[in-house]
Design a protein around this ligand. Structure first.
Ligand SMILES: C[S@@+](CC[C@H](N)C(=O)[O-])C[C@H]1O[C@@H](n2cnc3c(N)ncnc32)[C@H](O)[C@@H]1O
Length: 404
């Protein structure tokens, strides 16, 4: 396969819970995968030209200085015809992806719900708690244009929002997360095994697991461990638990709980607390609460790890920050901009993780390179979407270290 082309939709691994696609539905996803790659690469490059040739000179002429904030660049770029067209196309690619995914899952609603029910009744890997409230910061908008967010249900015991998330993620990411959309979790495992080859965590908590794309590879890599994957959204958890059971994973439990209230778990009861692509979807009030709870339930010597796109910093050019901000203003990611602008180390320090215990490491999705060749520029063109992340983490100081 030519390395500048994304993989075909047929490269997706067909686990038993995966919704079935007919020829035309798969063709639409193929179109969108290519369209997204084209928009972020060939066409997307025009944004930089628009900035350098038109928007920046106009800004300098008007203000007598360069932009000092990404929002100043946004104001200028939003008036530029090229950028507006690119942005409209990108927004439409999200709408089309959701439209296709949604109609795929709704036409097999009965089958999907029944299959999930069967897997979940037999596996005992799903624990729902109807008293858990959906956070208003999740229900107020359809996050990344996903109809019904992660939580909506067509009827009792429904799984279709989870199924839609699974069936279409491949198109959104241009196939960069691998056949099981688990390239992030696999990368985390690779990082942990390299960092601490002999480490054997016994209990692992994944907060905001959605359908478990990235919690499952952790469970698979640490079969001696018990993984508790929590989320507030029952519809996603039902699908995730059934998907994991269908894949033959047994050491993971999908539990409905909010990261803001982990009171059902004792202090120090987990060796590893993981979040993957989760923090940027939290309100500024929820994030510190969740981090403080995570700190409480993490055992001394344990690991906390957050996988996110890189935080903005003085080292990141303002134009890149502006491009990375696109989802915040055009794709219903209300917290993206503010979250990425925060000093995450300070937020973690305030939640109880001493600065000297913290680290930042780069991780890149681990996928089968035969099927998923890297894009020619290694994904770096895809501001905010590339399968390259920063791991923001800390090893919680042991009790002796704290006492010393
Ligand atoms: C972007 S998704 C996370 C993706 C997922 N970690 C993965 O690896 O595929 C965000 C998830 O966080 C969940 N969520 C939001 N607020 C939460 C909270 N307070 N506690 C637990 N889950 C929450 C949402 O329901 C959603 O499923």
């Amino acid at each position: 396969m030519a390395s500048d082309l994304p993989p075909p939709y047929t490269a997706l691994t067909r686990h038993p819970m995966m919704p079935r696609t007919n020829h035309d539905e798969a063709a639409r996803f193929n179109f969108l995968t290519h369209f997204n790659r084209y928009l972020s690469g060939t066409v997307g490059a025009g944004n930089k030209l628009a900035y350098e040739k038109r928007v920046l000179p106009a800004f300098r002429a008007e203000h007598g200085r360069d932009p000092e904030h990404r929002y100043e660049i946004r104001d200028g770029m939003n008036k530029d015809a090229w950028h507006r067209v690119w942005s409209a196309l990108k927004r439409n690619s999200m709408e089309m992806r959701q439209h296709n995914g949604r109609q795929i899952v709704l036409r097999q609603l009965d089958e999907l719900d029944a299959m999930a029910k069967q897997f979940n009744e037999h596996s005992g890997m799903l624990e729902l708690d109807p008293s858990v409230e959906q956070p208003h910061y999740q229900t107020s908008v359809d996050i990344h244009c996903q109809p019904g967010g992660y939580h909506s249900e067509e009827r009792e015991d429904d799984v279709t929002v989870g199924a839609n998330y699974d069936v279409g993620l491949f198109a959104t990411t241009g196939g960069a997360l691998g056949g099981l959309n688990d390239g992030g979790g696999t990368a985390v495992v690779g990082w942990a095994k390299q960092e601490r080859p002999d480490w054997e965590p016994k209990r692992i908590l994944d907060i905001g697991c959605t359908v478990g794309h990235n919690a499952v590879p952790i469970a698979q890599a640490y079969p001696q461990a018990e993984v508790i994957a929590i989320d507030t959204a029952a519809a996603s958890l039902r699908y995730g638990a059934a998907r994991a059971a269908a894949m033959g994973v047994t050491n993971i439990k999908f539990v409905q709980a909010s990261g803001e209230d982990l009171s059902r778990w004792d202090d120090g009861s987990f060796d590893w607390v993981q979040t993957t692509m989760f923090l940027h979807e939290l309100s500024s009030k929820a994030m510190p609460r969740i981090l403080a709870e995570a700190n409480r339930v993490l055992a001394p010597g344990g690991l906390i790890l957050h996988i996110e796109q890189p935080q903005y910093s003085d080292d990141m050019p303002l134009f890149e920050q502006f491009m990375r901000d696109w989802d915040a203003f055009n794709n219903n990611e209300p917290f993206w901009s503010a979250m990425h602008g925060q000093d995450l180390k300070q937020v973690m320090a305030e939640a109880g993780f001493p600065r000297e215990s913290q680290f930042v490491a780069g991780v890149r999705a681990v996928v089968d390179p035969e099927i998923f060749p890297p894009s020619p520029d290694e994904g770096e063109e895809d501001f905010g979407r590339a399968a390259i992340w920063n791991a923001y983490g800390a090893w919680k100081p042991s009790e002796q270290a704290v006492a010393a």
